[in-house]
Design a protein around this ligand. Structure first.
Ligand SMILES: NC(=O)c1ccc[n+]([C@@H]2O[C@H](COP(=O)([O-])OP(=O)(O)OC[C@H]3O[C@@H](n4cnc5c(N)ncnc54)[C@H](OP(=O)(O)O)[C@@H]3O)[C@@H](O)[C@H]2O)c1
Length: 336
């Protein structure tokens, strides 16, 4: 192993609170465990779950770093015992259970993917969290198929911009909701047939009108929750699937169960972070086979809203929580 420093710069959550609680600190460089690689981080992605963790509402799972950051790109600088898939010097992007806002992070080898053809390390860092999440929710749990219709709530989010492009690329018709006309235009530029500004129109009425004759959608990816449930159920066609990844407007509501029975609907959802490595490895394999060629060919790609230095993690969170962004915010850690 080439000589590595003993300590590194990281961004810690000094106390639960607003973006200003994100503070640079010095921590030991992590040691890669069995089956793990140590990555010198080039860029770290910023995601909504990082903000929830910072607020004290999303604690890291047991054994995970308390440093925020769920995805990185960089270069493998050391390998732990039993690492067979990667060698020192390889450029990767990786899904991690925490610790991404740092100079170095350890990741299970199964959660590392190659940097897609033609990608630099900045764009590569914007991939893992949203692509793992969209794949497992829209395509595994939601079982979206070519020719079906998908509705993506929060279409301009990091998750939403990924879901729109990927579903279009795999031959689904996509509808979206977003909170401004500009965001709706961005969703349509990415391939949505129609994006509805939910502050100005009822999304259910608008999509029923747009699909008149055979109204509704087959799969809904929802991060809004309670107030949308009844309209989501009304909008789903027979055998439709509603997939939850968050509850931005709350997890509770009254529900009329009849549409579930009459239309044979499925309500499901998942979280990613606490899932075992083997399950994440299965998602990684599917991504490598189906999605990485599309990224390498330029058919789809991350929408990068803002690139900031690691030391400005607080500004990155402030922008994320302003909801002014379209797509992803990333933190530049090192030029590699
Ligand atoms: N379950 C999982 O495995 C998993 C994994 C990753 C992320 N997530 C969740 O997925 C969501 C998106 O993550 P991200 O990192 O892509 O976040 P993001 O870029 O910050 O996007 C959040 C989006 O939600 C919309 N929004 C915010 N408040 C809203 C409200 N009250 N009602 C309706 N829409 C609202 C915003 O758009 P407008 O301004 O247009 O409203 C924004 O585009 C987050 O809630 C995150 O926690 C879940």
């Amino acid at each position: 192993m080439t000589s590595l420093p003993e300590t590194m710069t990281a961004i810690e959550i000094s106390t639960p609170g607003g973006p200003e609680v994100l503070k640079p600190t010095t921590r030991p460089v992590p040691q890669p465990g069995p089956g793990e690689v140590l990555i010198r981080v080039a860029t770290a992605g910023v995601n909504k779950p990082d903000a929830l963790q910072r607020q004290g509402n999303y604690p890291p799972p047991p054994g995970a770093s308390d440093i925020p950051g769920l995805e990185v790109s960089g270069v493998v600088v050391a390998t732990g015992r039993d690492v067979t898939r990667l060698t020192v010097g390889e450029r990767v992007c990786a899904l991690v259970t925490g610790g991404g806002y740092a100079d170095y992070v350890a990741a299970p080898q199964e959660q590392c993917l190659p940097v897609p053809d033609g990608f630099d390390l900045v764009r590569a860092a914007a991939l893992p969290e949203t692509y793992f999440t969209v794949w497992t929710n829209v395509f595994d749990r939601g079982a979206l198929k070519a020719g079906e219709r998908l509705l993506v709530h929060g279409g301009s989010s990091g998750i939403g911009t990924t879901a729109i492009q990927l579903a279009r690329a795999l031959a689904a018709t996509v509808y979206a909701t977003a909170g401004t006309d500009d965001k709706c235009r961005a969703c349509e530029d990415l391939g949505a047939t129609l994006a509805v500004n939910y502050r100005q129109a009822d999304f259910k009425d608008a999509i029923v009108a747009a699909t008149a004759g055979d109204p509704g959608v087959d799969v809904i990816l929802d991060m809004v929750g309670g107030p949308y449930l009844a309209r989501n159920l009304e909008l789903l066609r027979r055998d439709g699937r509603l997939v939850y990844i968050a509850f931005l407007q709350g997890p509770k509501t009254d529900i009329d169960l009849r549409p579930i029975m009459m239309k044979r609907l499925t309500i499901t959802g998942s979280t990613l972070r606490a899932r075992p490595v083997a399950e994440k490895a299965a998602i990684a394999d599917a991504l490598l086979e189906t999605v990485w060629p599309l990224l390498g060919a330029g058919t789809i790609g991350p929408v990068i809203d803002t690139i900031l230095p690691l030391a400005q993690a607080a500004d990155a969170h402030a922008r994320l929580e302003s909801s002014d962004h379209i797509g992803k915010i990333v933190l530049k850690v090192a030029d590699l």
